[in-house]
Design a binder for this molecule. Structure first.
Ligand code: ZN
Length: 251
């Protein structure tokens, strides 16, 4: 058996990848010893950073592949998935860009799922998905996994995943809109907040028996979900959401 020898390397993680590191290693270069031979991918995983969050790695300033072996004293720069920038000319490790942004959310993100649907994003959510189910659906349907569960993103089968840092629902929405640069993709009231099906605009007369008289007299635009037989209108909930979005855009 080959005896494994520990060698020293220098790592620098950028942007939100620092969230996975302990306090003393955030936002700066640090030395780290590893048993060799070791690949870049193995080294990054040993530091508890999920590979699904990593888009580009440079070794001594040169683009590198995940299966490349490290050499003593290499300087490794690790960058997160850049959803909104085209870095393909410098990245050998770039994932195929997604044409439409679709999501699948884990059990902790039910409120965020409703908000994303309200903005028109195709968002799958159930509170009883198994991790393996989430990963399989994401692969099949080219969906981005949003999760509060770091181990889920460590699976090698995850192609596109993002760990949501914020715990408060509005902050989560802000974070996801910024992260994936979604500002230009809003299509409010095209999707049912409850079940994700497409909404159909309806004349008031057609749904009058499904809403209360106060709502009927206060609003003129209605949207109907054929799947769960619900009617939606741009009430105070939506107005608050609209204000939040406008404040986001203006920041
Ligand atoms: Zn519905």
């Amino acid at each position: 058996m080959v005896k494994k020898i520990e060698k020293e390397f220098t790592f620098r993680f950028y942007a939100e990848l620092n969230d996975f590191l302990p306090a003393g290693r955030k936002q700066k270069a640090f030395n780290h010893g590893l048993k060799t031979p070791v690949t870049i991918g193995e080294a990054i995983e040993s530091l508890n950073v999920p590979l699904s969050e990593v888009d580009m790695v440079l070794i001594n300033s040169k683009p590198a592949e995940m299966n490349q072996t490290l050499h003593e004293n290499d300087y490794i720069s690790v960058y997160p998935v850049f959803e909104s920038f085209d870095i393909s000319p410098v990245s050998n490790n770039h994932k195929k860009p997604l044409r439409t942004t679709r999501f699948i959310l884990d059990a902790h993100l039910g409120k965020l799922a409703k908000y994303l649907r309200m903005l028109g994003f195709d968002t799958l959510y159930r509170n009883d998905y198994e991790d393996s189910e989430i990963i399989a659906i994401a692969r099949q349907e080219n969906r981005i996994i949003l999760t509060r569960d770091k181990p889920l993103l460590k699976s090698k089968k995850v192609q596109h995943g993002y760990y949501v840092r914020a715990t408060e629902k509005h902050e989560q929405l802000v974070e996801v809109v910024r992260k994936f640069d979604l500002y230009n993709q809003f299509q409010s009231f095209t999707r049912c907040m409850t079940c994700n099906a497409g909404l159909v605009p309806k004349e008031k007369d057609a749904i009058i028996n499904k809403i209360n008289p106060d709502t009927a007299s206060a609003f003129d635009e209605f949207y109907y979900c054929p799947d769960c037989d619900k009617v939606f209108w741009k009430g105070s909930h939506f107005e608050r959401m609209e204000k939040l979005i406008l404040s986001l855009i203006n920041k």
